[in-house]
Write a protein that binds this ligand. Structure first.
Ligand SMILES: [Zn+2]
Length: 208
């Protein structure tokens, strides 16, 4: 995606969507057992806001029953939050992510339920096994990679990892550019992986 890059403060004008918890995660539809559902309910997700993508932009599934969830794929939008949101809601675009984190304040929008397959990695096999997290900004504008963005995203990634038993390691928390066959360069060399992994690993364990 390419676009102009207006100031981060513009982003707050165009948000919509109400916060949801378990419903947005698709818990009832994906939990194979009542005990597992109880475990998932204990996972400490940061606040998220349900802003559904167009149903034309992802594949309905029943993960992790249908496919294991093994990866978190980190993206940078190359768009503002509201512009990327409009892309996810446009049935002609054929693209989506599970989550997007806003630069200025770490607001997290959820666009696709985790049980479903978002179209973000450019690789079907990876899409089936990944949770995709977009970050508002541009690969060559590190001022968008704020403390708030890193912090909120790290809390989200830690919760996702714990929900599916994904190790909190670089082997499982990867950049879009590291997906086999990727034609995208995000999150780019200015994304601070050391800092991000340190924050992810510092999150308290979600399950006892
Ligand atoms: Zn990407």
């Amino acid at each position: 995606m390419e676009a102009q890059s207006p100031t981060p403060s513009r982003r707050t004008l165009l948000r919509s969507g109400a916060g949801l918890g378990a419903a947005a995660l698709g818990l009832a539809a994906t939990a194979p057992t009542a005990a597992r559902a109880a475990d998932w309910a204990a996972v400490a997700y940061p606040p998220t806001h349900w802003i559904p993508a167009s149903a034309s932009n992802y594949t309905v599934s029943s993960r992790p029953t249908a496919y294991p969830v093994d990866f978190v794929v980190v993206h940078v939008t190359q768009e503002t939050f509201p512009d990327a949101m409009k892309i996810f809601q446009d049935p002609a675009k054929k693209v989506s992510a599970h989550y997007m984190v806003a630069s200025a304040d770490g607001y997290i929008g959820q666009f696709v339920r985790e049980k479903d397959i978002a179209w973000h990695a450019g690789n079907w096999d990876y899409n089936t096994r990944a949770i995709g997290i977009e970050h508002e900004g541009w690969v060559d504008r590190p001022e968008y990679f704020t403390d708030a963005l890193y912090s909120a995203s790290a809390a989200l990634t830690a919760a996702v990892c714990d929900r599916y038993g994904i190790p909190r390691t670089r082997a499982h928390i990867i950049g879009h550019s590291e997906v086999p066959g990727a034609t995208h360069t995000d999150p780019g060399p200015l994304w601070d992986w050391d800092r991000y992994l340190r924050l992810v690993k510092a999150q308290p364990a979600a399950l006892a």
